[in-house]
Design a binder for this molecule. Structure first.
Ligand code: C5P
Length: 233
């Protein structure tokens, strides 16, 4: 069964508390990204964990293997459940992240790889000296990550069916860009409904504004959960 992760795209601990209170028992998994982590630090992870929630810490680590290994250990000590690294850090870095997670006892944080930032296009790839097309690069980095120990990848709902095929049944496929039918698309360019994402093989749906900015966030979350449950999977 796919899970819903609500993106806490806010910049203060007070706003986090307000959101987690408003969503109550409807939501048990939250994403903390760079903005919030930079503002509030590890304390905000502890605060969410202390309320019995799971945390996806989306810091997209990319550094030498030893530094990433030590950062993963620190995240594991905070009780992080899911976290991201850049697949472009290479085999040794991916391996080091996974080994650090496993070395932390259970439950180890699951390691997700980011393949190619969706803000990059073909001309950025060529600036970087990459000859592959965008889809080729996404597939190559996804395979590299999972062959070297990553538990899965972050991908758009448009890629999820192909990535499920490529990476097999066990890979975690975490998809932002999910919009309930009729919701504002905002700056997301490639969106799918919750039902479609689940049918295509997404294991975790990351949803921010359609819940956080809804007049009734709890009702919005429950409606998405309902659509996920009724996806026919
Ligand atoms: O508000 P919205 O539902 O668009 O938020 C989605 C979350 O997923 C945000 O935290 C955003 O940073 C993240 N994300 C994304 N698109 C990507 C990668 C990450 O929307 N390609």
């Amino acid at each position: 069964m796919s899970e819903l992760i609500v993106a806490l795209d806010v910049s203060s601990a007070a706003a986090v508390e307000q959101a987690v209170d408003a969503l109550g028992d409807a939501v048990s998994f939250y994403k903390i990204g760079l903005e919030l982590f930079s503002a509030e630090g590890p304390a905000v992870v502890r605060a969410v964990k202390s309320r019995g929630k799971r945390v996806f810490l989306d810091l997209k680590l990319h550094d030498i293997p030893r530094t990433v290994e030590r950062a993963v250990k620190s995240c594991a000590a905070l009780g992080v459940d899911l976290m991201t690294i850049h697949a472009a850090g290479g085999k040794a870095m991916i391996r080091a992240a996974k080994d650090a997670a496993l070395g932390c006892g259970s439950p180890a944080p699951k390691i997700l790889a980011v393949t190619l930032l969706t803000s990059l296009d073909q001309s950025d790839l060529s600036d970087l000296g990459v000859a592959r097309t965008v889809p080729e690069q996404v597939r190559a980095l996804g395979a590299l990550a999972c062959e070297n120990g990553a538990d899965g990848i972050v991908c758009s709902p448009m890629e999820v069916a192909a990535m499920r095929k490529l990476l097999g049944p066990d890979a975690l496929l975490v998809t932002p860009g999910v919009r309930p039918a009729g919701a504002a698309v905002g700056d997301q360019k490639r969106v799918a409904t919750p039902g479609q994402a689940v049918r295509d093989g997404s294991t975790h749906l990351v949803v921010g504004r359609p819940i956080m900015q809804a007049p009734d966030p709890r009702a919005a979350a429950l409606a998405i959960l309902d659509e996920m449950r009724n996806s026919g999977v």
